[in-house]
Design a protein around this ligand. Sequence first.
Ligand SMILES: *[C@@H]1O[C@H](CO)[C@@H](O)[C@H](O)[C@H]1NC(C)=O
Ligand SMILES: *[C@@H]1O[C@H](CO)[C@@H](O)[C@H](O)[C@H]1NC(C)=O
Ligand SMILES: *[C@@H]1O[C@H](CO)[C@@H](O)[C@H](O)[C@H]1NC(C)=O
Ligand SMILES: *[C@@H]1O[C@H](CO)[C@@H](O)[C@H](O)[C@H]1NC(C)=O
Ligand SMILES: *[C@@H]1O[C@H](CO)[C@@H](O)[C@H](O)[C@H]1NC(C)=O
Ligand SMILES: *[C@@H]1O[C@H](CO)[C@@H](O)[C@H](O)[C@H]1NC(C)=O
Ligand SMILES: *[C@@H]1O[C@H](CO)[C@@H](O)[C@H](O)[C@H]1NC(C)=O
Ligand SMILES: *[C@@H]1O[C@H](CO)[C@@H](O)[C@H](O)[C@H]1NC(C)=O
Ligand SMILES: CC(=O)N[C@H]1CO[C@H](CO)[C@@H](O)[C@@H]1O
Length: 382
Amino acid sequence: MKLSTLSIIASLVATALASSSAYGVLEFANFGYPGSYKEVASISNEDTDQCTCQLTTSTTPFSGPNSPMNEPVSVHFRGPLVLHEFAYYTGDSSSWTRKAYFNASSQAAENVTFLTTAGFNSSCLGKALTFADTDGVSEASLSTVLALGTKIVSGQEYSIFSNVTCGSSGVGNDCGVYRSGIPAYHGFDGAEKMFLFSFDMPQETSVPYGDVFSWNMPAIWLLNAKIPRTSQYPTNGNCSCWSSGCGEFDVFEVMNTTETTKLYSTIHDYQGTGDINMGLADYGYISRNFNSTMTGGVVFDLNGTATVFLSNSTSIDSTIPLSSVQGWVSAAGEAKVDTLNSVAPASTSTSKSKNNALSVGSIESIWTNIVVGVMSAIFYFV
Ligand SMILES: *[C@@H]1O[C@H](CO)[C@@H](O)[C@H](O)[C@H]1NC(C)=O
Ligand SMILES: *[C@@H]1O[C@H](CO)[C@@H](O)[C@H](O)[C@H]1NC(C)=O
Ligand SMILES: *[C@@H]1O[C@H](CO)[C@@H](O)[C@H](O)[C@H]1NC(C)=O
Ligand SMILES: *[C@@H]1O[C@H](CO)[C@@H](O)[C@H](O)[C@H]1NC(C)=O
Ligand SMILES: *[C@@H]1O[C@H](CO)[C@@H](O)[C@H](O)[C@H]1NC(C)=O
Ligand SMILES: *[C@@H]1O[C@H](CO)[C@@H](O)[C@H](O)[C@H]1NC(C)=O
Ligand SMILES: *[C@@H]1O[C@H](CO)[C@@H](O)[C@H](O)[C@H]1NC(C)=O
Ligand SMILES: *[C@@H]1O[C@H](CO)[C@@H](O)[C@H](O)[C@H]1NC(C)=O
Ligand SMILES: CC(=O)N[C@H]1CO[C@H](CO)[C@@H](O)[C@@H]1O
C-alpha cells in the first residue's frame, strides 16, 4: 500500500514537473465566463499623501467568449526588448483585418499611441501615464512614434493604446474613471481579435543583476485598459479594477530571474480560481530566442480559444486569411492546451492580495498542483 501510494505520488510529481516543458503553441480553451468586477469610482487628493480611491459599490458585469479580455485592452512591453512591429486585427468569417499598426523601420504608426509612466508619482497611484518619447520611456508633450531600434532595458516599460481619445472621466462613460491629467485613450476592442508582434528579447547586458526587481525578465502582456488609466501599480488596491478581476492576459512573459529562457502565458481573472495573483497559467512555455527576432502573437477566437504562438512564417499584413493564421499555428509545433473551468455567474470577491499587475507564478502553480495531487492520492488510499 505504502509503495503504491509512493509510486502514485512520484508519478504525479513527475507529471506535474514534466508538464512544464517547451511547446510551440500555448492555448487556453473555454476562455470567458459570466462574471463581474468593480471599477474605480473616484480618486481623491491624488497628488498628495492623503491620496485615496474608492471602488464602485455596484459591479460591472461581463460575459461571453474571452471575457473579460473582450473589453478594450492596452498592450504592455517590458525590457529587455526591442519592438520591430506591432499589429491589432479584428476578424470575420474569412479573414483578419489590421486595425492598428506600428512598423519601426517605416515609422508607420496607424491607430497607435505610445504611453509610458513618466509622470507625477502619487502616493496611492504611482507614476502617471504620459506620452512616451522616441525612446519609449521619457515623457513627450504629444503622441510620438517609437524610434527604430529602440531597446528598453530591464524594469523599463511602455504601452500601446489606440489613437481614439477618451471622453470625460466618469463611471459609465466610455472609458470609466481615469486619472486626471493623463493622455487617456481607448484600448483595442473586440471578442474576436488578434495581436501580432515582431520583437527581440536579448540577454540583459545594460543593467547589472540586482539593480531592478525584474532583471532580464522581458514581457508582452494585455491589460483591461481601465487598469493603466487609473493605476497600473497602485499602493492601494482600490485604485484599480485589477484586484476584482477586470482582466490581464500575459502573452510572452519571463516570470523569474532564474528561468530567463522560458516565455509563459497566464490569465489573471477569477475563472475557476480565487487567486488572482497566481491566475490561470498554461503549464507549458515557449522558448525565448535571445539572438534573433521572434514573430508571433495571440489569437482570440469566438470559441473562447486564446492561442499564443511564435512562428517565423508570421507576416503582419493588412489582411490575413484565417487559414493562414491557422497554418502558422499548426506548423509552430506542439500545443499545450489548458481548458479552463466553466464558471456559473457569481458575485465578485474583492481580493485582499497584493495588487501588482504583473506578479505571477506558474512555478508556484505547479507546486500547488503537486501538493493537491499528493493530497488527493493520500486521501484516495487512506
Ligand atoms: C515595415 O517597413 C519596412 C520598411 O519600410 C518594410 O520593408 C516592411 O515590409 C514593412 N513590414 C510590413 C509588414 O509591411
Ligand atoms: C488614427 O489612426 C487612423 C489610422 O491610421 C488615422 O486614419 C486617423 O487619422 C488617426 N486619428 C487620429 C486622431 O490621429
Ligand atoms: C513613488 O513614491 C513612492 C512613495 O510614495 C516611493 O516608494 C516610490 O519608490 C516612488 N516611485 C518611483 C518610481 O519613484
Ligand atoms: C482603432 O482602434 C479602435 C479600438 O479598437 C477601433 O475602435 C477603431 O476602429 C480603430 N481605428 C481604425 C481607423 O481602424
Ligand atoms: C478600499 O475600499 C473599501 C471599501 O470602501 C475599504 O473598506 C478599504 O479600507 C479600502 N482600502 C484602502 C486601502 O483604502
Ligand atoms: C525562481 O524560481 C526558483 C525555482 O522555483 C525559485 O527557487 C526562486 O526563488 C525564484 N526566484 C524568484 C525571484 O522568484
Ligand atoms: C469553433 O468550434 C467549432 C465547433 O467545434 C469548430 O467547427 C470551429 O472550427 C471552431 N472555430 C475556430 C475559429 O476554431
Ligand atoms: C526562427 O528563425 C531564427 C533565425 O532567424 C531561428 O533561430 C529560430 O529557431 C526560428 N524559430 C523557429 C520557431 O523556427
Ligand atoms: C549562437 C549564439 O549566438 N548564441 C548566443 C545567444 O545568446 C545567449 C545569451 O546571450 C548566448 O549565451 C549564446 O552564446
